[in-house]
Design a protein around this ligand. Structure first.
Ligand code: 1GP
Length: 238
């Protein structure tokens, strides 16, 4: 079965709690050349902040996905292509493996055709997501590769997401996870800040995710990372 992310090389993650750079608009954000926009963050996210970003980006052509951090911030909007729901495979607190998901399913009538999961492996212990989920980040390349296999083979996950949020990861670890996967798409996110750092991780993953750079440096810097992702892609004609 083909999935939208089979064709992606680059995802831009917009944090609804952080402003864009001065003078930049969502029109600029949607014209960076990224393959998809994920709207999500870990701290201080509300449905209102989410809605503001969805509405601002709705007019443009880039597929929009919400990545809710908890059921209370899920936005019901036809502008959304779908929902990418994290489940943290190395979480210490089961709330972030299946607990929050169970609460969501109890209160909402989910649109299953538009609801997909991402098997997160959280690897930067200093990141908010590691603290919130109580993630065990003391993992070597073999551990991470094994988690990737568990996600793909035992839990049928289509997306495995190595989350180094805020710091640049270890290419050997990312490469080991990539090697371990046959069909699942490997997302890498964390610390990508220019063409070279983007190229470095694009070589070891299927999709690179860029987050803070948008809010810290702006759309021109993001565009460089898109170029690197496209240059590294075996399927892209760019
Ligand atoms: C965060 O993986 C993304 O969820 C991207 O990380 O903000 O470090 O780019 P950065």
């Amino acid at each position: 079965m083909s999935t939208p992310w089979d064709d992606w090389d680059h995802v831009l993650k917009v944090d609804p709690d952080k402003p864009l750079c001065e003078g930049e608009t969502f029109e600029d954000v949607c014209q960076t050349g990224t393959d998809a926009i994920e709207i999500g963050g870990t701290l201080d996210i509300t449905a209102e902040k989410m809605t503001r970003v969805v509405d601002a980006a709705a007019a443009y052509d880039v597929p929009l996905y919400q990545e809710p951090s908890n059921p209370a911030v899920v936005v019901d909007s036809p502008a959304l292509e779908g929902y990418l729901i994290p489940t943290v495979f190395n979480a210490g607190d089961p709330m972030w493996i299946t607990g929050a998901h169970k609460e969501w399913v109890r209160i909402d009538d989910l649109d299953w055709d538009r609801t997909h999961t991402e098997a997160y492996i959280v690897l930067n212990p200093a990141a908010s997501v590691a603290e919130v989920t109580d993630a065990d980040c003391a993992l070597d390349a073999d551990d991470v590769a094994a988690y990737a296999t568990v996600a793909e083979r035992m839990f049928g996950q289509e997306i495995v997401y190595l989350e180094y949020s805020g710091t640049y990861g270890d290419p050997a670890v990312v490469g080991a996870a990539h090697e371990a996967l046959d069909d699942a798409t490997l997302f890498y996110g964390g610390g990508i800040h220019d063409y070279d750092s983007a190229a470095g991780m694009a070589a070891h993953s299927d999709v690179i995710v860029v987050g803070d750079l948008l809010h810290d440096q702006g759309v021109d810097a993001v565009r460089e990372t898109v170029a690197a992702a496209k240059d590294a892609s075996p399927t892209s004609s760019a």
